[in-house]
Ligand binder design. Sequence first.
Ligand code: G6P
Length: 468
Amino acid sequence: MEDDLVVVSNRGPVSYRVDDGGDLVARRGAGGLISTLGPALAARARAAGRGEAAGADTWIAAAIGEGDRKAAANGPVDSQGVRVRLLAVDEDDYRAFYDVISNQTLWFAYHGLDNRSLTPSLGRSWHDAWEAYVSVNRAFAAAVAEEATDGATVIVHDLHLSLVGGFLAQDRPDLATAHFAHTPFCWPDGLAVLPAGARRQLLEGLAGHGAVGFHATRWERAFLACCAEAGVGAPSTFVAPAAVDPDDVGGVAAGDECARHLAQLDELAGDRRLVVRVDRMELSKNVVRGFSAFDLLLEEHPELVGEVLFLACCYPSRESLPEYAAYRRAVVAEAARVNDRWGPVVHLVTDDDFPRSVAALCRADVVLVNPVRDGLNIVAKEQAIVNRRHAALCLSPQAGVWEELGEAGALAAPPFDLVGTADALHRALTMGADERADRASRVRAAATARTPADWLALQLTAARRPAG
Ligand code: G6P
């Protein structure tokens, strides 16, 4: 049935760990995809009157760690009205699929992170990893084919699973499929790092879906340019920026944990104004240049020393990759350098504590979001919902969310330009109260103009649109 929905992604809404007694302990899955897709599916379940009982919607995700693998053997579970099936694949294939292809190759290409003089460097092991990527995608397609009822709608999420639609088009042509990309897409020159065969397979796999969606028009245009250059027939495309559920993040902001962190932040900041950033410890987030720009701000405006504290909440990500470990060291070193120069002006926290991050966004006077490139950037929307001080948003025009919030009143923080970023921070810290309030309310209106349910509805419509 068309209304039956199967969503597919690498990370699922629930993940498991094995506790000391050998029992499985469930917890909510991590990451931006879960915090946008989870509420959208839960709202759909509530609207269909399914409440906590699983109904027609199925979410297929990878069994990632040991706990997930054990849980996968017990069969599907219910999570907020959605039936969740964890798929266990060969562990070596999974590492190659996730680390080598998804994170080190596609993520780097889409975000423009390669240092072309040295990376990527695609030896035999890379080619083997590509085969593993294909076979894991094939396994996901087979799981979808098992789960999906006749004519069901299938939405495949994120760069890990680019090829699922191509396999389904052959095996289950009755299904209405769409792929949704949470990352940017790169222009043909960026995709040229892939060997021609893999490049074609990637684009054909994506084009095998009934429709392909992005958070921003610029990524849609880049994808279409790649298809045109490779001579791959472009599928129908759509743009649907993800939305934040105000009740979800607002609930955390209103909670006791957040209140406790707010009290600690008040003590830490004292009378100083707060520049805040909240990110994964991620190369594309541009944390190092953010600190360098703050250093320049203090150099050019020494009157701000002692007046402003930069609170950076950078929680761990992809720690098995050497690139991420090196980046973390660079972030810590740059924060230390700035503090050596000016005293304790940067406060960097590197553990994962969502209520503390929300508290930081509530208390911020300025929020810095300066990625070198970002599919959307959900923090820019979350801060608009929870902030209590009319924070000024300094936002990279290279973030997909710029298309929604740039015109609405964010200040441009050009990601590679330290002078431009320092100027944006200075403007944010010195603008009059009326302008701050006006910009903050326009950013908030733009950030909340759509709901997660609207976002999901656009994906469903795109998948079900007849071809041609
Ligand atoms: C962000 C990205 C997604 C990615 C997710 C989790 O939300 O936009 O594309 O899938 O992070 O990444 P991870 O590697 O931790 O699963």
